[in-house]
Design a protein around this ligand. Sequence first.
Ligand code: NIG
Ligand code: FE
Length: 407
Amino acid sequence: MTRQAMTRQLWTHARLATLAGDQPWGWVEDGALVTEGEHLLWVGPAAELPAAYQQSVAQTYDLGGAVVTPGLIDCHTHLVYGGHRAHEFELRLQGASYEEIARAGGGIRSSLKATREASEDELYRVSARRAQALLDEGVTTLEIKSGYGLTPEAEAKMLRVARRLAGLGVDVRSTYLGAHALPPEFEGRADDYIGAVCEWMPVLQREGLVDAVDVFCEGIGFSLAQTRQVFEAARRFGLPVKLHAEQLSDLGGTALACEFGALSCDHLEYLSAAGIDAMARSGCVAVLLPGAYYFLRETKLPPVQALRDAGVPIAIATDHNPGTSPVLSLLLMLNMACTLFRLTPEEALRGVTQHAARALGLSDRGQLRAGQRADFCVWDIAHPNELAYYVGRNPLRQVVRGGLMRN
Ligand code: NIG
Ligand code: FE
């Protein structure tokens, strides 16, 4: 590590929503942070700041009472794809359902065509604009799935673009979602396709492109047996799994995912009591996606109170994708998690920090405490509940990622 990277910096007059400890919000009214290199060295009330730290810092920043939270984490996106699907939005407004459009050859398959046709540079260009919108609201860690390529080459192209987006100043976690839809060349041969998805997995993994494996387990996606096959392959290659589960119907994918120690199950509108029980027992994170719920004009709510009662950690994400959630605002998702799903503003913030980190298997971020990465946001607000309150106002003042200020 270079000397520069190990520089100590002090941040004072911060109102800290640490999300650590027992206080609501992990609140510290007059707080200070000391960073050393990429990490937080000390976090707490200014009055308790050890004198040794005060003397050894290279830089001091006075935040003037601004609110500081952990950097935001968008733990479920399909951000890399070609084209868009505004015409399908119009069809749905005229009464067609998402499933009808998918079965008629639209949906994921239309994005597949546009993604395959796009060059890697073109894909990077359109995806970088989308990623920048998320970064501008304080996202410091971003998960991106493949799944609009569905050949080994096109999936690798998507995942390379995802990795390249890290150059914008964000940590990218990339998830292999080969089992997103059946590509036309495998029409009528879903089992063969799943076999191929499993064969491509170690190839992509060897290229350093895969952090986790996901499946779309649904009537219009893949069956429980096919999901199991993909998860067994992931286990062989030592890759953690996640699942698009119980979004449009209750297939029981959640319980299966929990058998494989899934990091998260995502969507969950149709989740049953047995599914909740499995999640609670295995420590799986429930990732709720209010953007997709809203955009599909879904009316079946995910079982938030039952998840809460069972002690299942709840994360919130944009699910940014061209078909069901063309959402590029994680702050808006905080608001919708509260208005649509009845989360509290504090639960919503934990959902895009602490619990989102866990949904990605990351234990080094999501809270402000010594030892965690120095990823944090400085907001021009007086209380963190304002993050879930405004619609269309971005109060972000400054992002620090890995101890460095991001412009
Ligand atoms: O998370 N459900 C599957 N995947 C996406 C939708 C993808 C698409 O329609 O392009 C989702 O909702
Ligand atoms: Fe999704």
